[in-house]
Every structure is written in structure tokens, then in C-alpha cells.
Design a binder for this molecule. Sequence first.
Ligand code: PEP
Ligand code: MG
Length: 862
Amino acid sequence: MIGAAVQQQTQYQPMTLITATAPMNASVHGGRAKCLQRLVRLDMPVPVTVALSFDTVHDIAKGRMPDMDSLLQPFGDQPLLSVRPSSQDPDWGGPSAILNIGMNDARHAAMARQMGEHAATALYLRFVQSYAIHVARLDPEEFYLPDVPDADSLRAMLDTYETETDELFPQETRVQLSEVLRSMARAWDGTTARLLRQAKGAPQDAGLGLVVQAMALGVGKGECGSGVIQYVSGDTGLPQITGRYLGQSQGREALGDADGAIYLTKDARGPSLEELNPDAFEALVAFGDLCRKHLREEMQIEFAIDADGLHVLDAMRIQRSSRAAVRIAVDLATEQIIPREEAVLRVEPAALSEMLHRQIDPRAKRDVIVSGIAASPGAAVGRIVLTAAEAQASAARGEPCVLVRRETTPEDIRGMHAAQAVLTMRGGVTSHAAVIGRGLGVPCVVGASDLSIDRKHGRIISPDGRSFAAGDMITVDGTTGQVLVGEPPMLEAALDSAFQTLLEWADAFRDIGVRANADTPADARTARNFAAEGIGLVRTEHMFFEGDRLGVMREMIFAEDGDDRRSVLDRLLPMQRADFQALFEIMEGRTVCVRLFDPPLHEFLPSDKAGLRDLAEQLAMPIAEVAERVDALSEYNPMLGMRGVRLGIAIPEIYDMQARAIFEATAAVIKSGIDITVEIMIPLVSAMREVELVKARVDGAATAVMTTTKTQFDYRLGVMVETPRAALRAEDIAAHAEFLSFGTNDLTQMTYGLSRDDAGRFMSAYVQQGVYAEDPFHTLDIEGVGELIAMGAARGRIGRKDVILSICGEHGGNRSAIAFCREHGFDYVSCSPFRVPVARLTAAQLALQSRAKTVTKAPLVT
Ligand code: PEP
Ligand code: MG
């Protein structure tokens, strides 16, 4: 075994001529070297290339040069060479390639005779420029390429080099090459390069290989030139030959126009490579096909054409948008080039999230007003409005708007519906604005605490002092957390057939359910369109803010006694029943889990003078009395006060009404032939007796409805585990609950003792200083909150063997939370409707990865 390891190591030489059989490995020589070997194996005309291993480049950085004679030997006399980086994963980047090493005065003179003064001088100038900037590290400002490459401009550039370095421009190939290698090796060790590659996932000790290649200049007799070609669009992933060809006969100017036109195929705008050199074009198309089949990727090929024919210099994975990444993976699997498992593994789940929303074109310029927390992805443009009422008025006029608030409250819900995007100064990823924004699919940035609102003058002021008035156009980028001036170019959402296909494949591999948190028919429709297996959380309180219900709700709160309250609730009952019936109809054949009323009552009451006056008018009560009652209801710490099941026990009429509405809706849809599984969930439980009490009343309501409607139906009653005590007491709670759904928002809040609405103020300081690795409201804290969940799940299973387990907090769509739930044998996760596709893909990837660790993600880097 040891002997084999030594042999393995000694197989790799410091430098290796790339041939079909040379020992070569991406983890030793880098992805580019390995890819070039694959091209050689496919019989593509790759110029002579030597690969330097990571170890060799590491030695070079330390000043230990390889044997330059051996390195230069395969290239013959007076070579012209290029050196390119070859990191293990091409995405990790590397120093810029340097071309035309070997150019010197003598070579210039000889080439001028062969190909003309103009072309030879242009080549030499380009080499001196890149050598001066990248190797001698001189000021780029001093080394502009002249408009006319002539003897004078060449002399001037060489003079500048000599003045700046006090040395003559090196004439020996060996010297030039050694210096190029040294500068590239050192650049890899620089801080900027290290940080950039680590941001792309490269390990600390990621190595750099280099490939030294004989230049194919694309100059000489006949149709000569050089270019790049790719076979699918980087935007859509659909077949389309694009690229660029610089023909010598056009003075090496691009054929076609400069605005991204197709230069390679026959085109009305002028001669194309296809017409100028049909054989080379045909060969290039065939090479693309070979790459797709054998490298199992869509590649961009860099090529040159000269008197000796076509040369393939390099091939790279094409740069691609998220949409194209999905299309390419699906097409490769459909053509049976890669298995479906690999297609599912190749797409980043975050890419799906981008596809679901409009995005700012990554090429657009960004004039940033302020940065906050990216709370709901996608980008939207609109005019600034500062109140929910203005948002509604703006929507009524058909004008897109962005609702800017210090923070949103349930009263803002209609304004949020009406707005294209929401921006708040306060709050974190589980704040009201964030949760509603995600639910509605409305882009949202929260916690932009550096922004100030000047209500009096109707404007907002950016941290750099710029002022933007209500009515000014801004753009909210909920994907990055930035808010921008004006209206940058956008990329539209792209839910094409490839997206659907990929998710269908993902579903076949995944082993955990995915439901959606949905409160409204629109949410439920979105959830269904994204193939959620059901609704895991209907937050019923959102229903009380709609239309004229808020008024009825306020009357209920102000009712003198139980009878009065019941009579007001009787008016809410048909509204709730209609809400549930609509959800059940949309979710036909699936499960809907309705959570009973959760928030503190005072959330339904006005907080300012104008609101109090309105309410006094509505209730025909003196304003002082109204203010007194509102005051009496206010709590020091409402999130830990009279909410959830506590309210259900103190004022049971609310839950009675809700249970009846749920069951009457169930009976109604059953009668119309709709199959639905109904679940009722009790929030904020901390003691078993709470469940017993509520269960008795809910069961009573079910029996009553079955009798009056003459129907039979089943339902499940379960508990939301969102207090630490509920997790600790899960065993006896589960004895009365058929399911336990972990509400990780409140559970995180209470485990940390951290207000979910206020944590945004100091979270970035905490994360920056490493107090928390991540915002625990965003990424499930596996160590702490996870421990409680695991304990709760295990104890719950003791109380009831077949208890159904899930999570429904905002973490439900995150990779680490889904992985955690799979590991602990949970039945499903529930997340915002727009995160359902991401969760489906993530769950499938996790299942595939744990099933077969050998399936590779990116074939070119292995
Ligand atoms: C939770 O607490 O995790 C939860 C889902 O409920 P809410 O966000 O409505 O408090
Ligand atoms: Mg909660």
C-alpha cells in the first residue's frame, strides 16, 4: 500500500509534456492541463504544451526554478510561447495569461519580413505591454497600446520600459519565460488572489499549475486568424453558435460589428468564418460536439488558423447564467451524456432561486443608496412611498412603488401586497417584512439601519447624505441586500421547461417531504405550482388583516364579555370558513396544516392618535376609553406574553370559532368531492395541559360539525414546538399530538434569548467578530437550537412512535436545516412558497450525496 502511494507520487514529474498517455491529474496539474490532455486524446490539434505541477509552481514562487533547458526543449528553436494558469477548479481563477513570450528585436525583424511590419509590431507591442504590467509590475497607465502600431510607438514603449526599470527589455526567451513563471507563481500567493479564490470555495492550500504552450499566432499565408467559439448561449443554454473571429486579412480586426453580433456563422452583416473557411468552421463544430460528448460539458474553444491549418489552444466551460446552467444540465442528461443524478447535482439550488425572480442584470452599473439584509430575493423597481396607504394609491394608479418603512406591522400588509418591493430600516430575516415579503415573492431588504426617513419632508436620506423624495425611482435588490438609484437593466424570471424537468428528476431522488408556508389563495397557488406536497403552516392571523375584517376583529377585542365576543366572532366565522375552503380547494389531494391564532391581540389595535380616533368613531366610544383599553392590552414583552395558545386558553371563543370554520370548510369541500387532509396546529405550547384543553374543545367542534353537516372526516391535531419547554416536554406533549412541527423562528429567539425583531441591530457586529458564525435566524444553529430539536424529536417519538415530525420556521428551505431534518428522520420541511423549488433540489442533492459520494459535480476538475 505504501509502495503504491510512493509510486503514485513519483509518477508525476515537475514538468510534463501533455500527450494522450502522460500521467496527468487535475489535483496535481490543474483543470486546464487535464482538459488539454483530454482534447489531445480526442485528436484535436493542440499545439505542443508542457504542464508544470502545483509543486513546481510552488517551488518557483519560492525562487527554485525548474530546469529551463528541459522546459524549453519540446518547443524547438526560437519558440513563441504562452503561459496560462491551471488551478484545480477553473472557477478559482489565477493570474492573467501571458502570450508571445520569445518576442524580441530579432524575432520582430524576421516576422516583419514574413507577415508585414504592422502585424509584427502589433505582436511585439502587446507582449512588451503585458510583460511590463504583469511581470515588471509597472504602471499600466504608461503602457497604452497605440492606435497605430509602428516603429515609433514600439520604440517609445521600449524606452518607457527601460526608463522605468533601468534595464533593457529582456531579449532572451529563457529569461523572459523564467520571469513570467516567477511573477505568475507569486501572484497566486498574493492576498487579493487568495481572498478571491477562497470566496469561490477554494481551500487555503489550493495549488496553481501552469501550462506553457507553443503559440499558434493565426498569421501567415491564406485565411488566417484566431478566435473563440461556443455552441450554446450563455444566457439561455439553448443551442446557438456564437463567438468571435479575428481574421488576419481584416488586419486582425473583428469580423462583424462590436455589439455582440455573431461573427462565426453566415450572417447578413459581412463575411463570416463559415464562409471564409468552411472546413475550419465545420471542424470546430465537430469539436464542440466531441467536447459535449466526452468532456460532458458545454465548452468554449479557443482556436487559431494558419497555413498549417486549425489549432485548438484551449477549452473552457462556458460562462453561464443560472437559467443556462439548468438548461445545459437537463439537455446533457436528456442526450444521455450524463446521468440524471449528475444533472440534479450540477445545478446550484441558489440558481433556481435566481430564476424565480427578476434580477438586476449582472452587467449593470450599481449606484448604491444603502445596503441592508437580503430578506426576500429578486429585484424590483418602483417609486418611493412611505406609507401603506400611499402604496395602495400608487397601485391603484398603476404605478409601481417601493414601500419604505422603519419596520412593517400587520397593518402594512395591504401596502406590501400593493408594492413591488419593501425596504425597512429595522428587523432581521424573520421580521414581519421579511416573512411576508418571502411569502408574497416580493423582493425585500430589511435592517438598512444606515438609511434615515425624514417623514416631515417625505424623503429618505442615504448614509452618504443624498436625499431621495417620495416619488423618486429606486430599485430594491432583495438578492444582495442593496438598494439602488433609478432603474438598472433587469433579467426576467425564467421558469422554462428545463426548470420543471430538473425538479421532477429531483423529486424522484429526494427522501424528505417539502411543504409550503402559505396563508392566502395566491400563496397556495404558488405552492401548488411549485409542487409543494401540502401546506405546512397556514398563519391564520394574516387573514384577519384583510378587507373589513380588521374592524370586526377590533370589535371582538373590545367586546365586554364572552357572549358579546361570540356574537362578533359569528361574523368572522363565514369569512374564515371561506378562507379555509379556498385553500382546501386549491390544495386538493394534499395536506393543509392550519395553525390556530398566534399573535398578541394588541397587534390589531392602532398605535397612533389618528388610528385611535378612527377606532373610537367605529366603536362609538370616547377616545379616552379606547386609549385606556388599548393601553391595558399592551404588554412589556408581547412576544413572550398573551399570544398563541395562551390566548386560546384565556379567550377560548377565538379557537372555537376557528375550529368550527376549519371543520365546516372541510365538510363543504368533502361534499363537493374534494379529497383533503386537514391538520390543526396549536402555537406556542409550553405545557401538556395546554394541548389537552385545546384538544378537548377542537374535538368537540369536530363532532358538532360532523353532526350538523352529516359528514365524516378525519383530521390531525398537532403542536408547534417553538418554546424550549415544549421541546423538553415533547414526550408527554406527543401523547396528545399526532404531529410536532418545530417553529424554528421562535425556538431560536427563545433559545438564544434574542429578539427576532431587534437582532438586526447588532447581528452584523456579532457575525463580523465571530460571536455567531452566522445569523441564527437565517442559518439554523445546529449546535444549540438543533440540539433542542433533536432532543424534542427523540422525546416526541417516545411519547408517540409514529409522531409526524417537521420544521416550519424560516430555516425550512435552507440546506443545513434540510440536511439536519434528513439526518433526524423528519417527515418534511415547510418553507415559503418561493423557496419550495430550492428546497426540493437541495433535498434531492443531499439524498444523492449521501447515497453515492462518488458522483462528481464538475467532470473537468476531477
Ligand atoms: C416560528 O416561530 O418558527 C414560526 C414558524 O411561527 P411564526 O414565525 O409565525 O412565529
Ligand atoms: Mg412562532
